[in-house]
Design a protein around this ligand. Structure first.
Ligand code: ADP
Length: 170
């Protein structure tokens, strides 16, 4: 089965999908950007599950490139899949970790039986990854993932991010 990759410009917290991917940080306890927006709109149930994960499986935090699911609280989705993108580095190639975020999120989505998944442009905000390069890595990772997800929807916050992903999809 082929996965449809779609693009929308907008706010990821307004999407109706089975799973929303969060560009989290390894603390899992909230942050700025997408992370802040998800916790604000999703309500306290998400943070409660994140705290429980910190108290059990992820005592030292979620490692970069990995993913874990929680409830989506009051969002119009069943799950939030939290993944930790790498911080951009000019001296070190961390592309494999960014690809891993997409692969691992889709592996979790497959385990959950999610058919539609919304992704933000992971690492392109506070973590400063150049948009064109992030779009290339994200789209390639999804295409090569072998996921059973039917629709992967990249939700890009502004026109510049949308254009970078649109150019990559061709
Ligand atoms: P990171 O720390 O992984 O860089 P950020 O949340 O800072 O994560 O940013 C990731 C991308 O998400 C950026 O391109 C940013 O503009 C975008 N973004 C911020 N808020 C939202 C939102 N509510 N919906 C979709 N994208 C968003």
């Amino acid at each position: 089965m082929t996965t449809a990759i779609t693009l929308v410009q907008g706010d990821i917290t307004r999407q109706r999908v089975d799973a929303i991917v969060n560009a989290a940080n390894s603390s899992l306890l909230g942050g700025s950007g997408v992370d802040g927006a998800i916790h604000r709109r999703g309500g306290p149930a998400i943070l409660r599950e994140c705290r429980a994960l910190r108290a059990s499986r992820y005592g030292r935090g979620l490692p970069t490139g990995r993913a874990v699911a929680t409830t989506a609280g009051e969002l119009d989705a069943r799950w939030v899949i939290h993944t930790v993108g790498p911080v951009w580095s000019a001296d070190e190639d961390r592309s494999e970790l960014l690809a891993s975020c997409h692969r691992e999120s889709l592996r979790i989505a497959d385990e959950l039986g999610a058919r539609t998944v919304a992704f933000p442009a992971i690492s392109t905000g506070v973590y400063r990854w150049p948009l064109q390069d992030a779009a290339r890595i994200a789209v390639t990772a999804v295409r090569e993932s072998g996921t059973r997800v039917e629709e992967v929807r990249f939700v890009l916050f502004d026109e510049r991010a949308y254009a970078a992903f649109a150019a990559r999809l061709g």
